[in-house]
Design a protein around this ligand. Structure first.
Ligand code: HEM
Length: 413
């Protein structure tokens, strides 16, 4: 039996996520080298084909009419088996489980808020929030980087774009943790991932329903007002899709950038030479930002489902089966990245797939990039010393590489 044949599904996507030492990069390397398309059984749940090379993920993602997002968004290794009466039952319905021609119509409803120019107008505000948070950090010499910097930064920027008032930000934070990490015992309701997700979804939906009503009556300059009054082919956006849209923005906008910022700081602590390079040359911030996204790859996977049988790497894949695109694996593909297992703040070129590619390319990429750039611009020059003061605690999830706590000890100017 080859090394690739002996790998189990748990070793490739985690049994309930990757907890102790992060992503299974060794297993993914074996697959890239020996079995670029291997099937993993998950009975009684449907299995999946692991897609691990960058070129294959690009090829699949760029054919959204042949390889669909809708039926299965991701492989949740701990989800209950599908209900035979409702095999496509979805807890939410938003961009990530829509396909053309519906998908671009929905995407365009919010896209003007996320262009480089629209996001650029937020720079001053993001700089102010970052500086305030760093000034608070500077009053102490120990903190939890997640709770005291990464989470409040990403949460406040997005909550503000949506128009959610400050007193409700903590509720958003809790719902996103429950939606993104329903398998993590710390966030679970009744020890059950499904109940956790549904409860968080219901609470978020009723919160945003009330907000939609309020904004329809008296609109403001925020995303909720824009979507609440938007029309598709002359009709208002249906309630379920409208509320799902907000839940997508909240979860996608928070869980990912928070983890990139925290994982990025961890990489700088573990590679002091790289931190020194960045400190000596602030012009490297944009490159360092891309490298942080490549290195941390906060989204582990999304699935595509072929509409008809096809062949790839000599394997026959049937219509309806699941292709699991493993982005962090693509981001360590030695065919594309020189010395892929090294973290280099000046890496160039860096064609990483951290934000995906094609039809579903991350809507929030400009925002995520700007937040990480500003965090680096503001934090690195003031950092005299920094080390981990306790374990980097990861969230239990086979879908997002979340981090719950990151205790640090430091001296800030
Ligand atoms: C470092 C941070 C981030 C990473 C790594 C990331 C990653 C991704 C990836 C890989 C996809 C592609 C999904 C696919 O191909 O099926 C995606 C889609 C998406 N992301 Fe992000 N994301 C980040 C930040 C954000 C932020 C700040 C927002 C803001 C709201 C956001 C909103 C979205 C949305 C709405 C989609 C769906 C786009 C579509 O289906 O058309 N993301 N993201």
């Amino acid at each position: 039996m080859s090394r690739a044949d002996s790998l189990t599904a748990e070793e490739v996507i985690g049994s309930r996520g990757f907890v102790d030492d992060g992503y299974p990069h060794d297993a993914w390397r074996v697959l890239r080298e020996e079995a670029p398309l291997r099937y993993f059984d998950l009975s009684p749940r449907p299995g999946f084909w692991a897609v691990v090379r960058r070129a294959d993920i690009v090829w699949l993602s760029k054919q959204p009419d042949r390889f669909l997002n809708a039926p299965r968004v991701a492989v949740f290794s701990d989800s209950p088996p599908p209900d035979p009466d409702f095999p496509n039952r979805q807890i939410v319905r938003h961009l990530l489980n829509m396909d053309p021609p519906e998908h671009p119509d929905y995407r365009s409803l919010a896209s003007s808020w996320f262009t480089p120019r629209a996001i650029g107008r937020r720079r001053k505000e993001i700089e102010r929030i970052s500086t305030d948070l760093i000034d608070e950090l500077a009053k102490k010499n120990e903190a939890d980087f997640v709770a005291d910097f990464a989470a409040p930064l990403t949460l406040s920027v997005l909550a503000d774009m949506l128009g959610v008032p400050r007193e409700d930000w903590m509720r958003l934070f809790e719902w996103t943790n429950q939606m993104a990490g329903p398998g993590d015992p710390e966030y679970q309701i009744d020890d059950d991932a499904g109940t956790t997700m549904r409860t968080a979804r219901d609470e978020m939906f009723s919160y945003f329903s009330a907000m939609v009503e309020a904004r329809r009556a008296s609109p403001r300059d925020d995303i909720v007002s824009v979507l609440a009054s938007a029309e598709l082919k002359g009709l208002p956006v249906p309630a379920y899709e409208l509320l799902s849209y907000f839940s997508l923005l909240v979860v996608a906008g928070n869980e990912t950038t928070r983890n990139a910022a925290s994982g990025g700081l961890l990489a700088l602590i573990e590679n002091p030479g790289e931190l020194e390079k960045l400190r000596a040359n602030p012009a490297l911030v944009p490159k360092a930002t891309e490298e942080i996204i490549r290195w941390t790859s906060p989204v582990v996977q999304f699935c595509r489902t072929p509409v008809e049988d096809f062949e790839m790497h000599g394997q026959k894949i049937r219509a309806g089966e699941s292709l699991c695109l493993l982005y962090p694996s693509a981001n360590r593909d030695a065919e594309v990245f020189e010395d892929p297992d090294s973290f280099k703040v000046d890496r160039s070129p860096n064609p990483h797939l951290g934000f995906g590619i094609g039809e579903h390319f991350c809507l929030g990429a400009n925002l995520a990039r700007l937040e990480i750039r500003i965090a680096l611009e503001k934090l690195v020059p003031r950092l005299e010393e920094i080390e981990l003061a306790g374990p980097f605690e990861r969230m239990k999830s086979s879908f997002l590489g979340g981090v719950k706590r990151m205790p640090i000890r430091y001296r800030l100017r």
